[in-house]
Design a protein around this ligand. Structure first.
Ligand code: IDP
Ligand code: MG
Length: 150
């Protein structure tokens, strides 16, 4: 089963949207297997966004993501990475499809509310930045058979 890392970014938390954003992903069918509230420090922010180091928005991105506590969630499901990114919407909320989280809650590319991993491989690396193995909990959910029955 695939996993993805979701972050409710500082703007989502400051606007009181943490639960609402997580609820959209959870009710779609993604299962919460790891969950914590934390404030990212600069070192963690630089590691998490290392691929963007050197881009014009990088220092602002690090300041933004460390500016307030966030929720980190590891979500599990069939095609979890793609499913979560479809529900999250395009990077620029102004261009995101209506009905996605970023379109429904925002307009600013620098305040786009939520992070979702972009590949299964990166998801595992990102989950390891935020969770130790014993913080990832495996369990059955009542809706699982609807997904796995063939
Ligand atoms: P993603 O979050 O949709 O995967 P990425 O291209 O990986 O988008 O960018 C990571 C994050 O960096 C974005 O979610 C956004 O917070 C920020 N970002 C990306 N492009 C810009 C930009 O042009 N201006 C300001 N912030 C940006
Ligand atoms: Mg990305």
């Amino acid at each position: 089963m695939e996993r993805t890392l979701i972050l409710i970014k500082p703007d989502g938390m400051q606007r009181g949207l943490g639960g609402a954003i997580l609820a959209r992903l959870e009710r779609r069918g993604l299962k919460i297997v790891g969950l914590k509230l934390l404030r990212m420090d600069e070192a963690l922010a630089r590691r998490h966004y290392a691929i963007h180091d050197g881009k014009p928005f990088f220092s602002g991105l690090v300041r933004y993501i460390t500016s307030s506590p966030i929720i980190a969630a590891a979500l599990e499901g069939r095609m979890a990475v793609e499913a979560a990114r479809k529900t999250i919407g395009a990077t620029d909320p102004a261009k995101a499809e209506a009905g996605t989280i970023r379109a429904d809650f925002g307009m600013d590319i620098g305040r786009n509310l939520v992070h979702g991993s972009d590949s299964a491989e990166n998801a595992e690396k990102e989950i390891a930045l935020f969770f130790s193995p014993d913080e990832i909990v495996s369990y059955e959910r009542a809706t699982d058979p609807w997904i796995t029955e063939s």
